[in-house]
Design a binder for this molecule. Structure first.
Ligand code: 13P
Ligand code: SF4
Length: 373
């Protein structure tokens, strides 16, 4: 069989209208910056809404109208009448907001360098080629499911092939939907979320990984002997958590409860007390009794926010402060927020995220299928 080679740029930065922060916005002092942001809000009034993902820095969260997980934020964007939706998050989240907001709303990502590496691990073109290889080996129906952390063109691809989108809180429902419609699943791009979900549904013996970067090890005829084909993508932040971190924190704090994000490795999810989306992590700490101790296995900024928001609960980072910082989320700098807002006051739109119309329509189908499950 001929091997398809990808010479295409698996681009980290999806949009070519990326604009950099003008030099005079660099290094603004926090008080001055906050005053300027608030002055811009006063000038723009109801025309603007700022959404802050749970992983954003404190300086962004403090100015956000809504704080939540990727799915909640897109829904808020759609419910808002604001002309400008400024997304404190990463590219795929801003795209999802653009897909479900009205055409007269403009979605802005302050820094377009805020690109989630996991979303970049499954480019639609690359998936399309793998799809041709895999489907050629079976007459059974394969349903593609893509995690929300993917680009709009991949969501559109899934819609075209009868598939859908899922989030970390409804992946098992998406699996059930797929097995009603077909015989097998291709799960993209996060292999850990896919594996954790398959285990949850008792399908641990039905899993195979598909590594798109290793032409030697890919075998489509072997892949289709299994019901759950996992694309070999992962989150570089969550993959760093290890079972030893859980063992250590249990030894240091015998009364600790552990919650992790399902982007963590399966053995980590199994060793934890609970696993769930960032919204579920927030709810768990919110509902904890005063004096309880929770260790949180996710991006470090959320752990810090939770400790600030719930001083009655002891919130610990699962493996100290080291390395659990999402570099993509970090790109949304409060200086960028100041610049974007002041440009809007002057009538200039910067760093607009606009999904192409045909892609948008199909991606919306995949998102709507998720909403219906
Ligand atoms: P949530 O959808 O749980 O907010 O997660 C998004 C994400 O990027 C996790 O790494
Ligand atoms: Fe992407 Fe991981 Fe960052 Fe989430 S934490 S935005 S999955 S790199």
């Amino acid at each position: 069989m001929e091997t398809v080679r990808f010479e295409t740029d698996l681009s980290l930065f999806k949009y070519d209208n990326l604009e950099q922060l003008p030099p005079h916005y660099r290094g603004l002092e926090e008080n001055e910056r906050s005053e300027r942001i608030e002055a811009a809000f006063d000038a723009l009034g109801d025309d603007v809404v700022v959404l802050g993902h749970n992983y954003q820095r404190r300086e962004i969260i403090e100015h956000a109208d809504c704080i939540g997980d990727s799915y909640q934020l897109s829904k808020w964007a759609a419910e808002s009448d604001a002309k400008y939706v400024i997304f404190g998050g990463v590219t795929f989240m801003a795209e999802s907001a653009d897909i479900i907001t009205d055409d007269d709303q403009t979605v802005i990502l302050p820094s377009m360098e805020a690109s989630c590496p996991m979303a970049g691990m499954a480019e639609a073109l690359q998936v399309d080629a793998a799809w041709a290889e895999i489907t050629a080996e079976t007459d059974e129906r394969i349903i593609p499911i893509t995690y929300m952390n993917s680009y709009a063109d991949l969501k559109a691809f899934c819609a075209e092939q009868g598939g859908l989108v899922c989030t970390s809180s409804n992946a098992s429902c998406a699996f059930e939907y797929a097995f009603e419609k077909g015989d097998k699943i291709l799960f993209l791009p996060d292999k850990h979320l896919g594996e954790n979900t398959a285990y949850q549904l008792g399908m641990e013996d039905e899993i195979v990984e598909w590594d798109p970067w290793d032409p030697e090890s890919k075998d489509a005829s072997k892949a289709v002997e299994n019901d759950v084909i996992l694309w070999d993508g992962y989150c570089q932040v969550h993959e760093r958590f290890r079972v030893e971190h859980i063992e250590q924190i249990r030894a240091d704090h015998p009364d600790v409860n552990v919650i992790v994000h399902p982007e963590c490795r399966r053995e980590v999810v199994e060793a934890a007390d609970e696993a769930g989306s960032t919204a579920r992590i927030c709810e768990t700490v919110e509902e904890a009794d005063p004096g309880d101790t929770w260790a949180v296995g996710t991006e470090i900024h959320l752990t810090h926010h939770l400790q600030r928001w719930h001083p009655e609960v002891k919130v610990l980072p699962l493996c100290g402060e080291a390395c659990m910082d999402c570099n993509a989320m970090r790109q949304i700098d409060p200086n960028y927020l100041t610049w974007i807002l002041e440009e809007l006051v002057e009538g200039r739109e910067r760093n607009v995220i606009e999904v192409a119309p045909a892609e948008k329509e199909l991606a919306r189908v995949a998102l709507n299928r998720m909403l219906e499950i």
